[in-house]
Write a protein that binds this ligand. Structure first.
Ligand SMILES: [Mn+2]
Length: 382
């Protein structure tokens, strides 16, 4: 009862603080403007232009004055899929899934920080207008776009990631990009662009599939070798991947153990989806950290795409991601969100949430430490 009274007192006080009830017949006298009466045009979660988390948006490829430390970049390319096309609508879907996110409400208990409030300028740079009729042309467009943004100066006048300058071949700190796919093929042009800045990078690859196959039945031309299941093989042929890469969550069917031998020759070790039950999150984190060490790391995360039963939950993936903070991340992506197969936007919402984790990951120097938060279980009175 005491609590109920306190609640009503609080509600009454809040109502008084927020102004008076508007008369039902209307009160506009013709002189007040929106700005004078209601202030800024702040988007509701369901209103406003479609930028990631209502962030500032620029057409960065053509606007050379657009400044950022971390860019969100859409790559709506989906003609490298072997099964379900439709991820060209992924950037749209992930941005739509992010509409309940915003910079002023970016603090999470899990990280105990807000990535938008730690000094880095985060900008939604729009989409690469990939051509849907010619994969070779589209792959080139994505590489040129990525390289263009990588070459931009930082928005911040001081360093936001000191290790970045040490890792780059030119000794300069480069911006970092979180790409929204698109099918997984987009990683090949991304690795080509990153290679020119950092040399070969380790890849942490969250996926059911290896994506290191050397071809696809009937794909007899050079371009048709490049698919969302073969791009790592091609990347290794081109010397883009360090021999310290790792897959996480593997559970696909294989031709046999030759696939694993081939995978190892491409530069990967792997963690299966069952390993989370046998070894736990902490061991998986430790194994990934040990594998990539202090090399430059590219993080690639698939959310849906070609579905395989028995995968990790988004909660498990989020915990692993948090454990990876402090590694030398030079870029990241979320790929294979195809909204046509996404019931009630659950995949797009998860993908947008993981992008928020990636943003926090890029601005965090170490994993969040467990803390006794007020009210957190276990507490005697609960
Ligand atoms: Mn994949």
């Amino acid at each position: 009862m005491k609590r109920l009274v306190a609640f009503y007192v609080a509600v009454t006080l809040a109502a008084a603080a927020c102004g008076e009830q508007q008369p039902l017949h209307g009160s506009h006298d013709g002189t007040e403007t929106w700005l004078s009466k209601y202030g800024k045009q702040i988007d509701q979660p369901f209103s406003g232009p479609l930028a990631f988390s209502h962030a500032e948006y620029a057409r960065c490829l053509e606007d050379e004055t657009a400044a950022f430390d971390i860019a969100i970049l859409g790559m709506p390319f989906d003609t490298g899929t072997t099964y379900r096309p439709g991820a060209r609508f992924g950037p749209y879907a992930i941005r739509s899934g992010s509409r309940r996110q915003r910079a002023s409400r970016g603090y999470t208990l899990a990280w105990r920080s807000n990535p938008y409030a730690l000094g880095s300028k985060i900008l939604d740079c729009g989409d690469v207008p990939t051509i849907p009729f010619d994969n070779a042309l589209a792959v080139d467009q994505m590489e040129v776009a990525y390289a263009t943004l990588l070459a931009r100066p930082l928005a911040s006048s001081t360093s936001v990631w000191p290790r970045g300058a040490l890792l780059a071949k030119d000794g300069r700190e480069h911006p970092r990009i979180i790409s929204l796919g698109g099918d997984h093929t987009i990683v090949l042009p991304i690795l080509r662009a990153l290679n020119k800045v950092y040399g070969p990078v380790s890849v942490i690859h969250f996926d059911a599939h290896l994506d290191t196959w050397d071809g696809y039945p009937g794909a007899v031309t050079d371009q048709s070798r490049i698919t969302h299941g073969t791009f790592f093989y091609v990347a290794n042929e081109e010397g883009l991947i360090a021999n310290s890469s790792v897959h996480a969550g593997i559970r696909c069917k294989l031709d046999g153990m030759d696939d694993i031998k081939n995978d190892e020759s491409v530069g990967f070790h792997f963690i299966t989806s069952d390993d989370i039950d046998d070894h736990g999150v902490a061991s998986i984190v430790e194994r990934i950290r040990k594998r990539v060490g202090d090399t430059p790391v590219y993080l690639s995360g698939i959310v849906a795409g070609t579905p395989e039963a028995g995968g990790w939950t988004s909660r498990e993936v989020k915990r692993i991601i948090r454990g990876l903070a402090g590694l030398n991340f030079v870029g990241a992506d979320v790929v294979e969100v195809a909204p046509a197969y996404d019931h009630a936007e659950i995949t797009a919402t998860a993908a947008a949430d993981i992008v928020h984790d990636f943003l926090t990951l890029l601005v965090s120097s170490e994993p969040p430490k467990p803390a006794n938060l007020p009210g957190r279980w276990p507490r005697e009175e609960l």
